[in-house]
Ligand binder design. Structure first.
Ligand SMILES: NC(=O)c1ccc[n+]([C@@H]2O[C@H](COP(=O)([O-])OP(=O)(O)OC[C@H]3O[C@@H](n4cnc5c(N)ncnc54)[C@H](OP(=O)(O)O)[C@@H]3O)[C@@H](O)[C@H]2O)c1
Length: 344
């Protein structure tokens, strides 16, 4: 039996609005591991907006899928990540192996049988790539763009939260595929990055705009064929108003609605009917069947420099709350990750 001293982040109360540092605490525990468990030293863990919906007293997302189950106050919080095995009571994992899977916002994860955990072959790429573009954000972007948006070359694509983890990848897949891509983001620096580093055709700061419908009309005088929605709210309404006939809207997430401050989107359904617009929500987990294609295509794009990985890294378990809170303030550029193993 191994004894592990662990520090982890938890919530003190349910969070029904915007998150604050005071909602979180760092706890210490001593864990005595049992046979059949794998003890993983967490190295890099993912910080994602959906966790906020898990922290609410109630959210329709909590009953939808295991990944999004409600978080119990005071308990460890599951998160995707990369780590190293420090002890294993299972024949399929050995000490010192690199692994990727469902870890925690803590220094160690005790992995029970049945929990998502795979051996990781870094393929010569940085470990952070396996949390970002080759992790769930990447699968979300790949499955959402190719399977839900069903793009054709030359189509006009709009991406919101375009400098974020998922958005930055969607825009790059769309450019490589041969679409015309416009993104929006919340600062001028992010806008410059989209155009200068990621190859977007156009980009704008949505916070500078007063009438989003006219803004989108200006960027898409011939209409939008595909809208990859990461934010919901007014942006979704404005995009729907500009959709072309048989346009597709992939609803990946609605972050502007998570903190409860904004109102929910009410797109003009007459436009949806007469322009025969498809609006489809989806989850990354729906596209696990594309996993092999997704990894080989994306790894190749990253190796050849056709795609850029944007990773935004904070350090230490204490930084998890501020890293998470920052997502809702637009602090991050690209995939928000917390590094927990400083020797890497
Ligand atoms: N369906 C799925 O399986 C799945 C999987 C992963 C993520 N998602 C969803 O995809 C979206 C993006 O997730 P991500 O992990 O890539 O996060 P992210 O885009 O890396 O980070 C969040 C970004 O959203 C923007 N934002 C925050 N509040 C906003 C608001 N009120 N209005 C407009 N923009 C706002 C901020 O950028 P700005 O500076 O541009 O404001 C912020 O940097 C989220 O809605 C998330 O829930 C869905």
């Amino acid at each position: 039996m191994e004894e592990v001293k662990n520090r982890f982040v938890t919530i003190k109360n349910h969070i029904n609005g915007a998150p604050n540092e005071s909602d979180f605490e760092i706890r210490s525990e001593t864990i005595y591991t049992e046979s059949k468990q794998v003890v993983v030293k967490n190295m890099y863990v993912s910080v994602d907006p959906y966790q906020l919906n898990r922290m609410k007293s109630h959210s329709s997302s909590q009953a939808a899928i295991n990944f999004s189950a409600a978080i119990t106050l005071g308990q460890v919080i599951d998160a995707y990540g990369v780590g190293r095995v420090v002890a294993s009571g299972r024949p399929d994992f050995t000490k010192d192996e690199l692994v990727v899977g469902l870890l925690t916002w803590g220094e160690y994860t005790i992995v029970e049988e049945g929990r998502l955990l795979n051996k990781l072959d870094p393929m010569g790429l940085p470990l952070t790539h396996h949390v970002g573009p080759l992790g769930f954000s990447g699968l979300t972007a790949y499955g959402g763009f190719f399977q839900v948006c069903k793009p054709n070359k030359g189509e006009k694509v709009f991406v919101s939260a375009a400098s974020g983890s998922v958005g930055s990848l969607v825009g790059q897949y769309a450019k490589i595929f041969g679409c015309h891509v416009v993104g929006c983001a919340g600062t001028q620096d992010k806008v410059n990055l989209l155009k200068e580093k990621l190859g977007f055709d156009e980009a704008f700061n949505y916070k500078d705009e007063t009438d989003l419908k006219s803004t989108l009309k200006r960027y898409f005088p011939e209409g939008i064929d595909i809208y990859f929605d990461n934010v919901g709210g007014e942006m979704l309404e404005a995009a729907v108003a500009n959709m072309n006939t048989f346009g597709r809207v992939a609803v990946c997430g609605v972050i502007s609605e998570y903190t409860g401050g904004g109102r929910s989107a009410a797109p003009d359904m007459l436009t949806v009917v007469y322009n025969r617009v498809t609006i489809q929500g989806f989850l990354a987990a729906d596209y696990l069947k594309c996993y092999g294609d997704f990894i080989s295509t994306t790894a190749e794009h990253l190796r050849t420099g056709k795609m850029q990985a944007l990773c935004d890294i904070s350090h230490g378990v204490e930084s998890v709350p501020s890293a998470f809170i920052g997502l809702f303030r637009g602090d991050n550029i690209g995939k928000k990750i917390v590094q927990l193993e400083m020797n890497e």
